[in-house]
Design a protein around this ligand. Structure first.
Ligand code: SIN
Length: 311
């Protein structure tokens, strides 16, 4: 049987498939559903210093090949997730990942410090959300990213990575990689939703979601090829010194296979988990193992990053 276990920042994961921060990971009840599923880690909702209700509803809609959302980071505030991590750690044996998305440098530093003393295994820093009203996507401001990473690196004791928005220009990949390489970042997660898409209902002639005049982050199959390109480009730029986690449009073992071939060390399910529920983790894992069996691969390192080009 193919071995699809992996390690992120030396944290062992039974399989390379787990949930993305975002869907159905806000409350303890939701996190326990993830804990009991085949997700190989428990990723918690991106948290802010204080609890947030998020943007006005409707703020999520399924689309034919994906989703649009402008959730606006509804979450219970970081103290709740510190508490949840203690409960989850006692009850389950899976790695726990905190996701931090502070509104200011100071908020981020406070939260990184708080999670130093919590039983989380990894931290995913999320400056890439497109949905905070009045805030730009920080991941597009390289100077601001530098300031943020400098500040959190000084206090972080847990291994941490950065969830990035999608980039579309080789120069931007290089600029972001240069910033990240200055700090002890262990992994990047590519990609957050593709920001500020617009979905309309032609019958009502209205937008599908309410916040921001209907603009929201696009997820699902629509963004798979952008996500794959981002995973590949950062894999190339980091030369195996910083790991890549792929997310964006992964619904099947074949999608997962392609991300690993491009260089990802693990993959996360976001819209797929939202739409298909917790059974999707096992489906993707089973399909990935089956593809590996057919190709004669025993473990992920047999093909990880070994994408061939046509030259
Ligand atoms: C949200 O809550 O708005 C989604 C989180 C994200 O885009 O990072």
């Amino acid at each position: 049987m193919a071995d699809i276990s992996t390690e992120i920042a030396e944290v062992k994961l039974e399989t390379c498939v787990f949930n993305a921060s975002g869907p159905k990971d806000e409350t303890l009840e939701e996190l326990e559903v993830i804990a009991r599923s085949k997700s190989s880690a428990i990723m918690m909702k991106s948290c802010t210093l204080l609890p947030r209700e998020g943007n006005p509803k409707p703020r999520y809609a399924d689309l034919e090949f994906g989703s649009i959302n402008s959730m606006g980071l509804p979450n219970l505030g970081y103290r709740a997730y510190v508490k949840f991590s203690k409960i989850l750690d006692k009850k389950y044996s899976k790695p726990i990942i905190a996701s931090i998305c502070g509104m200011t440098v100071k908020d981020n530093v406070t939260m990184f410090k708080a999670f130093n003393d919590a039983p989380v295994d990894l931290i995913e820093f999320n400056p890439g959300s497109p949905n905070t009203i009045g805030q730009p996507i920080i991941g597009y401001d390289f100077r601001e990213m530098n300031q943020l990473l400098k500040a959190v690196s000084k206090v972080a004791k847990k291994p941490f990575g950065v969830k990035l928005p999608p980039y579309f220009d080789f120069v931007h990949f290089e600029q972001m990689a240069k910033v990240i390489k200055k700090y002890p970042v262990k992994f990047v997660t590519c990609i957050n939703s593709v920001g500020n898409g617009l979905a309309v209902d032609p019958i009502t002639e209205k937008t599908l979601i309410k916040p921001k005049g209907g603009f929201g982050g696009i997820g699902g199959t629509y963004i798979k090829f952008t996500a794959l390109a981002n995973a590949r480009k950062f894999y190339e730029l980091f030369e195996n010194k910083i790991q890549v986690i792929g997310v964006g449009g992964i619904f099947s073992g074949l999608d997962a296979f392609e991300f690993i071939l491009a260089g990802a060390s693990a993959i996360q399910l976001s819209t797929a988990f939202m739409q298909k529920g917790p059974a999707i983790f096992e489906i993707v894992q089973r399909e990935l193992k089956e593809i590996m069996r057919k190709k004669g691969y025993e473990k992920l390192s047999d093909f990880r990053g070994k994408l061939k080009t046509l030259d």
